[in-house]
Design a protein around this ligand. Structure first.
Ligand code: 9MR
Length: 467
């Protein structure tokens, strides 16, 4: 049903181009107005040049009229926000949040725990687990706390999976110093600071197939584990930096593969977002008009995932104009939807027409803002059958285990909670009072336990696994 519908859209848009009829639609329609109508977010980064005031005036005009979601290219990363230890710089980020607010845009925060763009002072703590844990926690506490309620979604962990094999990226300062539990911990800490933000794992090459040998297959297993363990993850960001498949025969990504990932994530009630899309050509080759038209069709195929999959809501492009794009560093060119002169390319038209002609299948509810919000937050994957709203309800306790630490959230402030660990026969194993929300489990043997937390008149009992 859906495939037939998508095909109909393709035929229609091709026909419209053939007839040169793209202007037959209302002249005031923009990507933004059509995205709003279709209940999705469409966006582009604010390039670093924007923050320095180095872009022509029509750049901003285009940006705010065409897009309803924004992310900073570099300005909310670790090196930008905490250039020296415990000294935070929010100037650029504030500038973007203000811009987004003035223009009614959704804001993505990018990125909290990443191996790249980490300042040197962090690397000086290489191998010091306790210190690195407190550095990461302090960073999250401050940065997420500063923009609490203003940043709608965070890339909590970025690019933690290895490029070459299905395993974690072992070379990062966080992995080497802390181990893989830095990932679980980052999600839990972010959720504690801003329980209303959507939390994403973000990575590239996720459009290369969902199988155990591909990054997406490995990631899917981790998402299943996070969901099972109650780690607060709501979305997977697929960066989707892809190459035009005709000019690079070796490129193996495809929209179909990414769609398969979306469908697998839907089973876990986790969203898929396209967060950094560009579709470049090899540097140095001549790019013809028909190349650009084919590129437009690929942009459209990725958009179809966002329009058609109920758990997909965001289509974010990593740049506005080919003139200001990071792609040169990757030996690629012309990967965006506006050319060097800020003129819309065929890819822009392709997206516009698809948004104009898309009609949701009759048997499916149209995506609207309610659906967008409810996908992650009401049918959240945090705990099967339990919504994030319940999860965060005042006076409701929740528990997560990350590595060897038990996190208790929702404690009535300044009241100690009594935490009891029991074996599965109900025999007491360990008991402590917890004030700051964490309990160290490093001395507890591996296995399944029951945790009981009592905090004033509220209590919670939950089974946990310690590994
Ligand atoms: O576009 C960003 C570029 O200006 C930076 O030099 C680069 C440094 O790592 O990061 C680029 O953005 C990356 C993003 O943060 C994460 N995914 C890959 C993006 C392109 O490299």
């Amino acid at each position: 049903m859906k495939k037939t519908h998508a095909f109909a859209g393709l035929v229609l848009s091709t026909a419209l181009f053939g007839a040169g009829l793209t202007n037959a639609f209302a002249a005031d329609e923009t990507l933004r107005s059509l995205a709003d109508k279709n209940g999705i977010y469409i966006g582009a980064i604010l390039n670093s040049q924007w923050f320095n005031g180095g872009l022509p005036g029509n750049y901003e005009q285009i940006h705010k009229s065409q897009f309803n979601i924004v992310v900073a290219e570099n300005e909310m990363k670790f090196d930008a926000t905490e250039p020296s230890e415990n000294r935070f710089n929010y100037n650029n980020g504030d500038k973007m949040v203000k811009y987004a607010k003035a223009n009614g845009m959704r804001v993505r925060g990018h990125a909290l725990a990443w191996h790249s763009q980490v300042p040197n002072w962090v690397n000086n703590y290489k191998g010091n687990k306790q210190k690195l844990l407190s550095v990461l926690k302090n960073h999250i506490k401050n940065v997420v706390g500063h923009w609490k309620g203003q940043i709608d979604e965070w890339d909590v962990v970025n690019e933690a999976i290895s490029n070459n094999e299905p395993q974690w990226r072992t070379g990062s300062v966080w992995y080497q110093g802390i181990g893989p539990e830095f990932i679980d911990s980052a999600f839990v800490w972010t959720h504690e600071v801003d329980p209303d933000a959507e939390l994403c794992y973000n990575d590239y090459n996720l459009e290369q197939g969902v199988n155990p040998k591909a990054k997406a297959g490995f990631l899917l297993e981790q998402v299943k584990r996070w969901v099972k363990n109650g780690i607060p993850i709501h979305c997977v960001g697929s960066q989707t930096h892809v190459e035009d498949t005709t000019t690079d025969k070796h490129f193996i990504g495809s929209p179909d593969s990414l769609r398969s990932l979306a469908k697998e994530l839907a089973k876990l009630n986790v969203k898929l977002k396209i967060t950094e899309l560009d579709i470049g050509f090899k540097s140095g080759i001549n790019v013809s008009k028909s190349d650009l038209e084919r590129q437009g069709q690929t942009f459209r195929q990725y958009l179809d995932i966002i329009l058609e999959e109920p758990n997909a809501d965001t289509y974010l492009i990593w740049g506005v104009s080919d003139k200001w794009s990071w792609l040169g560093g990757l030996n690629r060119q012309k990967g965006l939807i506006y050319d060097d002169n800020l003129k819309p390319k065929p890819a822009f038209d392709s997206i516009l027409v698809r948004l104009q002609t898309y009609e949701p299948p009759k048997d499916t509810a149209k995506k609207d803002s309610t659906v967008k919000d409810s996908t992650a937050k009401d049918s959240t994957a945090l705990d099967p059958g339990q919504s994030i709203k319940q999860f965060n309800a005042p006076n409701s306790l929740s528990l997560h285990v990350a590595g060897r630490t038990l996190f208790v959230t929702g404690l009535a402030s300044k009241t100690a909670a009594k935490v009891d660990l029991l074996d599965l026969q109900g025999r007491p194993v360990y008991s402590t009072n917890c004030i700051n929300g964490t309990v160290d489990l490093s001395n507890i043997a591996e296995g399944l336990y029951v945790v009981r937390v009592q905090n004033g008149s509220t209590n919670l009992t939950k089974r946990i696994s310690i590994k």
